[in-house]
Design a protein. Sequence first.
Length: 148
Amino acid sequence: MRFKKLRIYEHSMQLVKEVYELSSNLPKEEIYNLCSQMTRAAISIPSNIAEGSGKNSDADFSRFISISHGSCCELFCQIEIIKELYPWTSAICDGLLDKIDKLSQELRNFRTMLKSKKINNDKSITNAASVASKRTAKLSCASEAGIA
């Protein structure tokens, strides 16, 4: 499974763990509301990376990376809502927001790499992901939303 070699996949899996940890510390009344929505958005990120990597073209893979990016933006918003509703989560939420922002940039860079280059084998995909994660993007979910 080539997606397991991607940094964007590794980072998104770590993010899922941290989102679950945050959600386990929220009030019980949030279990079926924000917690459920937030964990689904977090799970969607690595799931779409994995599914997209199994497609037959870079264009298809790029589309799934775009879906992952959308889930990143959704999760960013949900974490901000939690931070506002539960101020005691501020430090945890700030850390998550930074990680989501970084992952968002990595996803956008990887998508750009897929669109601009023909990637033919697993090694190239891994190298492209590494290069993409090192590039700095000018926009992030936060700046796209006018938050940064």
